[in-house]
Design a protein around this ligand. Structure first.
Ligand SMILES: NC(=O)c1ccc[n+]([C@@H]2O[C@H](COP(=O)([O-])OP(=O)(O)OC[C@H]3O[C@@H](n4cnc5c(N)ncnc54)[C@H](OP(=O)(O)O)[C@@H]3O)[C@@H](O)[C@H]2O)c1
Length: 331
């Protein structure tokens, strides 16, 4: 038996389980040059919401009735490819299908002896690299400056904050529960953290947590939280626009304060990016993240949901803030 999950319908507003379809498909046979992969860990990510709609973006939409794919770790269970042997673990962009065939291209062998294999989907994977390049290439923080991070307790945000501390900055995190606020300070070393769900005046709370103003804002969420941070940006501040999860399920473009006012007044920079822009530098980013992990300067958190059938559930839970650190499905 071999199960797969495809996109049944395009969500309008918040996605639901009815947008997904479970299918039973044949367990495939491999030919010369191919490997048979068995899924072990699946990454569910907010950007998959964008691929479920048919709006034009930097990556093509998922096709209806076709298997969904995302970052994943798999084990080689059969091999007719000289580069891979049975028992190897690989990371790649894989289908949500228990067993699948690969020609071995675009797979990276990963070693679970030092870190958990799932770390290659988080701190040593796409989200870790996003934190590293967004902060270093656009935020360009200097020691002594203040960085504010929204979505701070998630996969990207928790790494951004820690890198900020490594670089000698004051770091303020914004997250959705008291438990996350506590984790940001005790586990990840943030100087201050704010629960946006229980704080009435976010602009004031950010000002109080950042007595010298905000030099770098690493934005994972957009919307009203970001409006409140923008109001606290210092002269020559940098706003790194990484994501806008608060707006991914919106059916109309939400209106807020226009950004030109603070950008001009503060001579500030605001730049969006996608991590793929820095692909050529990935080896450099990986090397630095591995070094910090080995030195004990960087740590990570994951929330694991169990079972292939729960991949869609885990994805939906991202929009309810149910994850601390990287959301992973363990198959
Ligand atoms: N530009 C790139 O190349 C790139 C790459 C990776 C990720 N991203 C973006 O970076 C952001 C973080 O991604 P991630 O993978 O690290 O996800 P994540 O932060 O691990 O998970 C999503 C988190 O978003 C928060 N959230 C959900 N709905 C929200 C809302 N309405 N308002 C405010 N916060 C909300 C929740 O935490 P709370 O409990 O704190 O609300 C949730 O845990 C996303 O916007 C994603 O699209 C961009």
């Amino acid at each position: 038996m071999n199960k797969s999950i495809s996109l049944k319908s395009r969500p309008v507003g918040k996605p639901t389980l009815s947008n997904f379809e479970f299918k039973e498909v044949e367990k495939p046979q491999i030919k010369e040059g191919e490997v048979l992969l068995q899924l072990k860990f699946v990454s569910v990510d907010p950007y998959l919401r964008g691929r479920m709609s048919d709006a034009k973006s930097y990556i093509p939409p998922f096709e209806l009735d076709k298997t969904i794919s995302s970052g994943a770790i798999a084990e080689v269970v059969e091999s007719k490819n000289d580069n891979y042997k049975v028992g190897d673990f690989v990371s790649g962009h894989l289908d949500w299908q228990e067993y699948q065939v690969s020609e071995g291209k675009n797979l990276l062998k990963v070693d679970g002896s030092q870190v958990s294999l799932s770390a290659y989907l988080g701190v040593l994977g796409m989200t870790g690299l996003t934190a590293y390049f967004g902060l270093s290439e656009i935020g360009k923080p200097k020691a002594g400056e203040t960085i504010v991070v929204s979505g701070a307790a998630g996969a990207v945000g928790s790494v951004v904050g820690q890198i900020g501390k490594i670089l000698g900055c004051r770091v303020v995190g914004i997250a959705g529960t008291d438990e996350k606020v506590e984790m940001l300070k005790s586990k990840f070393g943030f100087d201050e953290a704010i629960n946006y769900n229980t704080t009435k005046d976010m602009q004031k709370a950010i000002a109080e947590a950042s007595p010298d103003g905000v030099d770098v804002y690493f934005d994972n969420v957009g919307g009203e939280i970001s409006d409140a941070v923008h109001a606290n940006i210092n002269r020559f501040g940098r706003v790194v626009v990484c994501g806008a999860i608060s707006m991914y399920n919106a059916t109309e473009v939400p209106m807020g304060p226009r950004v030109q006012g603070f950008l001009v007044k503060q001579s500030a920079l605001m730049q969006g990016f996608i991590v793929g822009n820095y692909q050529e530098k990935f080896p450099e980013g990986m090397k630095q993240l591995v070094t910090w992990l080995q030195e004990g300067k960087l740590t990570y958190e994951e929330t694991r949901v169990q079972g292939f059938d729960n991949i869609p559930n885990a994805f939906l839970q991202l929009f309810e803030g149910r994850n601390k650190g990287k959301m992973i499905v363990e198959i």
